[in-house]
Design a protein around this ligand. Structure first.
Ligand code: GLU
Length: 369
């Protein structure tokens, strides 16, 4: 079977799969079947579940199916729905003698390195104890600017965090089509993708889902995160009766991981979703980065955002897209003072001895365009 060869699998379940679109309640028949399948794989694989549906469930419980628009309403709904979600998972996996743990993650937990490492340790400890983590975004506290908003990218970050080798995105679509299959009868499914280029991204933009928040665009973003990390990504709606064991090449699209994943620290950097600021560099610095050298203040022509020493920032080269990301050795106010200056001038300008480089080469990852 298609997923047999994998050892550590993150299964992301979209709202459209777990919630019955008519009753707006959990589709327990489907959940039972999924749990039966999970049991099969749980014995000799590590399984992590990322499950959406808290907001949708909560809103049907407290607002009688009205669409919630304000963030505080969604947050309140999530806190109601999340209990129900966790309860149902516990109930149905307990029948198979499987324990679950509820893990609620915020964007910061994956963006701040210390918290990221901590979340990783916790999830790995659960897995080593044969407990299945059921993960969701901590919607109740996540604010508009700093939240994932979709569980596709959250699941990809979790997959990366714990070095999973497969991410399954269970959804209401069985894969990526070259055009929107709901509108075009001749739309063709792409069964295997090894590079995400502009054409693939364009295909994704034409396909959206009804209940979930992400549609195909966030699925592609998730696949992109995983591909750099040695993790394959599979999009499928599989068979309702056997959600996992019925997955085949025909009823899915698989994004194959790059053969040479970068080191885990560099992966974390590369997949950072919200860098705190940016710097723009000149031609000399661009060459230095190409040659795997550190980034010195002399090569910087502009700085922006709001960052402190140790924060992740983006590096732009004029007229080009983002070319790298890295960890800044200085606060933005310090960078503003030493912009364009020689490294040996740093102590006299700042009044103390700092590092020679703004971003050290070990803290810098190039984006391959
Ligand atoms: N965290 C959201 C929820 O549980 C789901 C976001 C999404 O649709 O992926 O309701």
């Amino acid at each position: 079977m298609m997923i047999d060869k994998y050892k550590k699998i993150v299964i992301k379940i979209g709202s459209s799969s777990i919630i019955n679109s008519k009753t707006k309640k959990i589709d327990t028949d489907w959940l039972k079947k999924l749990c039966k399948d999970i049991k099969k794989y749980h014995k000799d694989k590590k399984i992590i579940i990322v499950c959406s549906g808290a907001i949708a469930l909560g809103s049907s419980l407290i607002k009688k199916n009205k669409i919630l628009r304000r963030l505080e309403d969604k947050q309140a709904a999530a806190s109601v729905g999340q209990i129900e979600l966790a309860h149902q998972w516990r109930l149905h996996l307990k029948k198979h003698r499987i324990n679950i743990a509820q893990v609620l993650i915020t964007l910061e937990d994956s963006e701040v390195r210390r918290r990221y490492l901590n979340a990783r340790k916790t999830i790995n400890t659960l897995l080593n104890n044969k407990v299945i983590p059921v993960v969701n975004e901590n919607d109740t506290v996540a604010t508009e600017e700093i939240r994932y908003g979709d569980n596709d990218r959250l699941a990809a970050r979790v997959a990366q965090m714990i070095d999973a080798d497969l991410l399954i995105l269970l959804s209401d679509v069985d894969g990526l089509y070259d055009k929107n299959p709901k509108k075009n009868k001749d739309a063709k499914k792409i069964n295997e993708i090894s590079v995400i280029n502009k054409t693939i991204e364009k295909m994704a933009n034409s396909q959206t889902s009804i209940l979930g928040s992400g549609g195909m665009t966030t699925k592609i973003a998730a696949a992109k995160i995983c591909m750099n990390n040695g993790c394959d990504t599979l999009i499928t709606d599989s068979e309702k009766n056997k959600p996992l064991s019925s997955i085949t090449k025909q009823n899915s699209s698989i994004f194959l991981a790059n053969k040479n994943p970068s080191s885990s620290r560099k992966q974390w950097l590369l997949n950072h979703l919200h860098p705190s600021g940016f710097i723009r560099i000149d031609d000399g610095a661009n060459q230095a980065i190409k040659n795997n050298k550190s980034l010195l203040p002399a090569g910087i022509i502009e700085v922006g955002g709001n960052f402190n020493r140790g924060d992740v920032i983006s590096v732009y080269f004029p007229k080009k897209e983002k070319i790298a990301v890295g960890i800044s050795a200085y606060d933005i106010n310090e960078v503003k003072k030493i912009i364009g200056k020689k490294s040996k001038e740093i102590p006299s300008i700042l009044g103390y001895e700092g590092r020679d480089e703004i971003i050290h080469k070990d803290d810098l990852v190039k984006i391959i365009l």
